[in-house]
Each structure stands twice: as structure tokens, then as C-alpha cells.
Design a protein around this ligand. Structure first.
Ligand SMILES: NC(=O)c1ccc[n+]([C@@H]2O[C@H](COP(=O)([O-])OP(=O)(O)OC[C@H]3O[C@@H](n4cnc5c(N)ncnc54)[C@H](OP(=O)(O)O)[C@@H]3O)[C@@H](O)[C@H]2O)c1
Length: 247
């Protein structure tokens, strides 16, 4: 059994919920965040090692509150998983300052604030940060430019922090997920059910391995990058996408 303490943002559905459960099942304590109370309670109910906190990943106050809650509950912090994500299918002609800022607030500013707030505790445990990016963080996509650019920024933050924090013994890596079955298309991307079904079929057709991923298939890599199996690995972007980045 492990006894690590993990903070995971965006644990109310999809990849985040799967990762929270995977950590909890191996004996870690996990504090998951999200904005929706009902889905947060559902995640917490899945395992006694999971606790929940309503928190907005874009808020500096909530970042501090999240770290404080984990320390208050368990007295230490071993890993931060920046999984909460915002996005939109947003053609350039529709881009506005608010829509761009909303995406970057969750995907770039939020992970930075949480990592900064967590740093003294991660330093004490020689812990890890795992950022959740996307294939489109390093592969261009029409109509997704601001989401893709925000994930590209997150990937570069991963490399820069890896260098900066290596002397402290803190590792920083990222998982870049490909199209994965989750609430993302109808949730953060704001598509109708019909639009989501059409996008899923287009994605499936482009993925060399012929299907979209499952949350557990991405979550397994998040857990690995947070733990001792990858102790000599930092600054890396692990792409888990059925080969989409090559296509
Ligand atoms: N699914 C894919 O195809 C795919 C592909 C590549 C990368 N990703 C990345 O994987 C990560 C997880 O996405 P998913 O696919 O699992 O999507 P999802 O099922 O829609 O989950 C997104 C999670 O992020 C949380 N979240 C969003 N905005 C938040 C905020 N401001 N504060 C706190 N939590 C917030 C949501 O919780 P609340 O709504 O309760 O706040 C939810 O738990 C994201 O970073 C996404 O960009 C997904």
C-alpha cells in the first residue's frame, strides 16, 4: 500500500475521476476539486481515500485553499495533478478577449498558481507535478487554436519547471491525452450531443489505433508519472493518444 497525498484538480468526471480512483485504490489519499457539488460527491463516494473540495482551478484563493485543505487533512503533500481543463472549438473570427482569457485562466494560470502554492510542501517530500495536456498541445488543429496554444504553454511550463525544480528534488512531467471518452466534448467544448457524435466519429477515423481512448488508459500514466516508477524522469510529455500525434 502507498501512503502518498495527492491533489487532483477536475476530479468530478472523465480522466480526473479515473485518476483519483486509481490513486485511491493503490492506497494514496486524494483531494479532488471541481466546481459542481453533485459530481464531486459522486467521486468522493467512490472510495474512502478520496476527499473533495469545491474549488475553481482558475482562482488564486482556491489554489491556496486547496493546498491548505490537503495539509490540514493529511499533513503532507506528495503530488499535484493539474487535470482541470477548459477549452472551446473557437475559430479565430469568433475569438474574444474573454473567451481566450477563460481558457488560459484554467489551463495555464491555474496550474501555475496551484504549483506555486504547493511548492513548499512538494519540496519537503521531494514530490511531483503532473500536468494534463493534449495531443493538440504539440499538433496543430484548425478551430482549436487557443485551446491548443494553452496546452502548448502548459507543456513548456512543464519543461521549464522541471529544470527549475530539479535541484529541489521535485519532478514535473505531463500526460498529453488524445481524444478520450469523457464529458469534455459536451462539457468544456460546449457541443450538442449531435455535434459531439460527429466529432467523435471524425476523431476515431483519424486515430491510427482506430478508436478513442478510455479515461483509465490516460489515468494510468498520470499515476505512474506521480510515483516512484518514474523517479528518474522529469520534463517529459508522455503522449497517450492511439498514435494520433503521428497521423
Ligand atoms: N477527453 C479528451 O478527449 C481530452 C483530450 C486531451 C486532453 N484532455 C484534457 O484532459 C483533462 C480532463 O478532461 P476530461 O476529458 O476528463 O474532461 P471532463 O470529463 O469534461 O472533465 C473536466 C474536469 O475539469 C473540471 N474543471 C473544468 N474547469 C474547471 C475549473 N475552472 N475549476 C475546477 N475544475 C474545473 C471539471 O469539473 P467541474 O465541471 O465540476 O468544475 C471536470 O472535473 C483536461 O485538461 C483536458 O483538456 C482531454
Amino acid at each position: 500500500m502507498n501512503d502518498k497525498v495527492i491533489i487532483l484538480t477536475g476530479g468530478t468526471s472523465g480522466i480526473g475521476r479515473a485518476a483519483a480512483l486509481a490513486f485511491a485504490r493503490q492506497g494514496d489519499k486524494v483531494l479532488v476539486t471541481g466546481r459542481r457539488p453533485g459530481p464531486l460527491e459522486e467521486t468522493v463516494a467512490e472510495h474512502p481515500n478520496i476527499a473533495g473540495l469545491i474549488a475553481d482551478a482558475a482562482s488564486a484563493d482556491d489554489a491556496r485553499r486547496t493546498v491548505a485543505k490537503a495539509i490540514e487533512a493529511w499533513g503532507r503533500l506528495d503530488a499535484v495533478i493539474n487535470n482541470a481543463g477548459a477549452g472551446a472549438i473557437l475559430p479565430l473570427e469568433d475569438a474574444t478577449a474573454d473567451r481566450i482569457a477563460d481558457i488560459f485562466a484554467v489551463n495555464v494560470v491555474g496550474p501555475s498558481l496551484l504549483a506555486a502554492a504547493a511548492l513548499p510542501h512538494l519540496r519537503a517530500t521531494r514530490g511531483a507535478i503532473v500536468n494534463v495536456s493534449s495531443t493538440y498541445g504539440h499538433k496543430p488543429a484548425a478551430g482549436l487554436s487557443h485551446y491548443a496554444a494553452s496546452k502548448a504553454a502548459l507543456e513548456h511550463l512543464t519543461r521549464c519547471w522541471a529544470l527549475e525544480l530539479a535541484p529541489l528534488g521535485v519532478r514535473v512531467n505531463a500526460v498529453a491525452a488524445g481524444p478520450t471518452e469523457s464529458g469534455a466534448l459536451t462539457g468544456m467544448m460546449g457541443l450538442s450531443d449531435e455535434q459531439a457524435a460527429a466529432v467523435k466519429e471524425q476523431e476515431r477515423a483519424r486515430i491510427p489505433l482506430g478508436r478513442r481512448g478510455l479515461p483509465d488508459e490516460v489515468a494510468g500514466w498520470i499515476v505512474r508519472l506521480a510515483g516512484p516508477a518514474t523517479q528518474w524522469m522529469t520534463g517529459q510529455i508522455m503522449t497517450v493518444d492511439g498514435g494520433l500525434e503521428l497521423a
